[in-house]
Design a protein around this ligand. Structure first.
Ligand SMILES: Nc1ncnc2c1ncn2[C@@H]1O[C@H](COP(=O)(O)OP(=O)(O)OP(=O)(O)O)[C@@H](O)[C@H]1O
Length: 594
């Protein structure tokens, strides 16, 4: 019996390369001489069971229990139709998307609306939820959007709205707070830009009225470009907050009032708020792009300070991301006012146009061999390779630079000019392989990326979903390969779950793996915490800006602030702080219980 066939179905396993591991996975000579009985197979499977499967899982893999029906994740529903059994709490029925769609004007009854949402896999939670719309033409005819917006949409050649746009835009123009979860590359940016432009109407010269926060400078720049594209024909002043723009506004205060829209990373903005360079009292729209990241520890304090500075009573808050861990949802629910939650497809799932694979590489060294083999065999550029740290990125770059391919590396120790030119070169096809840290994992829209390689195993499910989401964008197909070693075994199941949920083939033995234990998650947290410390040291040592903290460690850490300024500013906003809101609510709840 060829155990590689058993182990390798669905995953890739190179026998030639892992001659040493073969001895681990194959029966010894002695065993080979004996009959290939179930008992022998069981012994071998127990021996190589470094994922600690249950006995029944091994049985299934071997097919030992012949008459036991192997439980597949495909069940028959009452009508006898097959439906995939998902791990998410929001299973859904699939309709044929090719079915003719009713136009929004045809959505007369609740049934029409319901079936429209179902067809587009739009799940909604909340009260008084505005109906979705189905065609960009409706924006002009039904919602009275100004002609310049409709024209810019036409010029962008977007034929029809994506599901998140169909539902989020009406919610936003009704002024409601929103938590929007939709897959990577599904057009979330436009889903907030368009209604914001509509609501702002035109330039007013009273200072910032809309604010978009993004965890990285690169993503903020991308959002800025998208805004400029959609605002053509209106003289809105959009500011991307940088050291330079902050300095200009510090020197010429009257300039500040000319701006309408502000896009920034959290730390840059917090500094500007503390130095009284930026006023946010007129902000009516606050968007957190990659909201779950911005509400994670590390970023949370800064986000909190920004919320507190947005003192307009009519402030509308909207959170967008492809992932929302439940802890973040709970926190968000605490500070939003009667929010509507929109989920497109399955919660926390990967984009379905991405073909996901897991590749066993044996030990650490196997990763480089695997990449080299891919290069030798020929690949379709551009390819993004994700590694876990700046050091790893540099190392891999030095390995690949001599392999005759156009390779570059991006991380937060590279200068801003270098980073900008790398992104441009990748978009122009001048770079074939880009090695990247988490800096590039979220939000970046490189339409043509054909393959994402997770060279180092991602540190969280969210990281996995966002990393692989750099391919397969806007309905295109893409491929993602995740290398794994024995050391990654405790975390493998998290990725397997995502693969399964998004309809990728996964071998049965992988499905039987245990979910990561609390202990292993804790271990992971310790590793992450030490990385965080390391990054903070780096930031202090090189006196670099916020991007070091945010980009590469996943955790935007707050730079040490002078006690005085912190005290002054925090006390000013205390009553509206997210954190204090949460604490007050918790205290109130406790009081009620008592
Ligand atoms: N209605 C549309 N039709 C076709 N393409 C669209 C449409 N809306 C947006 N796009 C394109 O889809 C791509 C992905 O959009 P966007 O970057 O907003 O995705 P996203 O959902 O924010 O992804 P991520 O979660 O990775 O940040 C962009 O290139 C954008 O131009």
């Amino acid at each position: 019996m060829d155990l590689f066939k058993v182990l390798g179905s669905g995953a890739r396993f190179n026998k030639k390369r892992f001659t040493d591991d073969i001895s681990l996975f194959e029966p010894s000579n002695k065993l080979r001489k004996t009959n290939d009985t179930s008992d022998t197979q069981m012994d071998i499977m127990q021996e190589i069971n470094f994922f600690h499967n249950s006995k029944s899982a091994i049985d299934e893999t071997l097919g030992v229990i012949k008459d036991k029906k192997i439980t597949k994740d495909v069940e028959k529903d009452q009508e006898g139709e097959e439906s995939i059994n998902c791990y998410n709490d929001e299973n859904e029925d699939e309709d044929d998307p090719a079915e003719e769609e009713p136009l929004v004007k045809d959505l007369n009854s609740m049934d029409d609306v319901k079936s429209f949402r179902k067809r587009h896999r739009i799940h909604i939670y909340g009260t008084d939820i505005p109906n979705p719309f189905s065609s960009f033409d409706d924006l002009g005819s039904k919602y009275n959007f100004q002609p310049y917006i409709c024209k810019n949409l036409k010029n962008s050649a977007y034929e029809k709205p994506t599901p998140i746009q169909m539902q989020a835009i009406p919610i936003m123009i009704h002024g409601r707070d929103l938590m929007a979860m939709a897959p990577t590359g599904s057009g979330k940016t436009l889903a907030y830009i368009i209604p914001m432009l509509h609501d702002l109407k035109g330039p007013e010269k009273i200072g910032y009225r809309a604010l978009i926060i993004s965890p990285t400078r690169e993503l903020a720049q991308q959002i800025y470009r998208e805004f400029k594209k959609m605002a053509v024909g209106k003289k809105f002043k959009v500011c991307m907050l940088t050291k330079a723009t902050a300095a200009t506004q510090a020197q010429t205060p009257h300039l500040r009032e000319k701006f309408d829209i502000l896009i920034s990373t959290p730390l840059r903005l917090v500094h500007a708020i503390q130095q009284d360079i930026i006023e946010l009292k007129n902000v009516r729209h606050l968007i957190l792009d990659e909201a779950d990241k911005l509400l994670e520890l590390g970023f949370l304090e800064q986000t909190d300070e920004i919320f507190a500075a947005c003192s307009n009573v009519k402030l509308q808050k909207a959170l967008f991301s492809a992932t929302f861990p439940s802890s973040v949802e709970t926190l968000a629910n605490d500070f939003m006012k009667d929010p509507i939650r929109v989920v497109i497809g399955l919660k926390n799932a990967a984009t379905e146009t991405i073909k996901q694979k897991l590749l066993y590489v044996g030990q650490e060294e196997g990763k480089l061999i695997a990449v080299r083999q891919l290069i030798q065999e020929g690949f379709k550029p551009p390819v993004l390779i994700f590694v876990q740290s700046i050091e790893r990125a540099k190392e891999l770059f030095h390995e690949l630079i001599y392999d005759g391919i156009n390779v570059d590396v991006i991380h937060s120790e590279r200068t801003k000019a270098q980073r900008d030119s790398i992104i441009l070169n990748l978009k122009q096809g001048k770079i074939w392989v880009l090695i990247a840290t988490e800096l590039m994992a979220r939000g970046m829209d490189f339409k043509g990326v054909n393959l994402v390689i997770n060279y180092d195993f991602p540190q969280s499910v969210q990281s996995y979903i966002h990393r692989i989401g750099r391919t397969g964008r806007a309905g295109r197909s893409g491929e993602a390969v995740t290398y794994y070693t024995k050391d990654d075994a405790p975390y493998l199941k998290s990725v397997v779950n995502v693969m399964k949920e998004s309809g990728c083939e996964v071998p049965d033995w992988m499905l039987q793996l245990k979910n990561p234990s609390r202990e292993s998650k804790k271990r992971l947290q310790i590793i992450e915490a030490s990385k965080k410390r390391k990054a903070r040291k780096l930031a202090i040592a090189s006196d670099k800006n916020e991007d070091i903290n945010k980009g590469d460690t996943i955790y935007g850490d707050k730079k040490e602030k002078k006690d005085k300024s912190k005290g002054d500013n925090n006390s000013k906003y205390e009553s509206k702080s997210l954190l204090s809101n949460k604490k007050t609510k918790q205290n109130n709840r406790k009081k009620k219980i008592n």
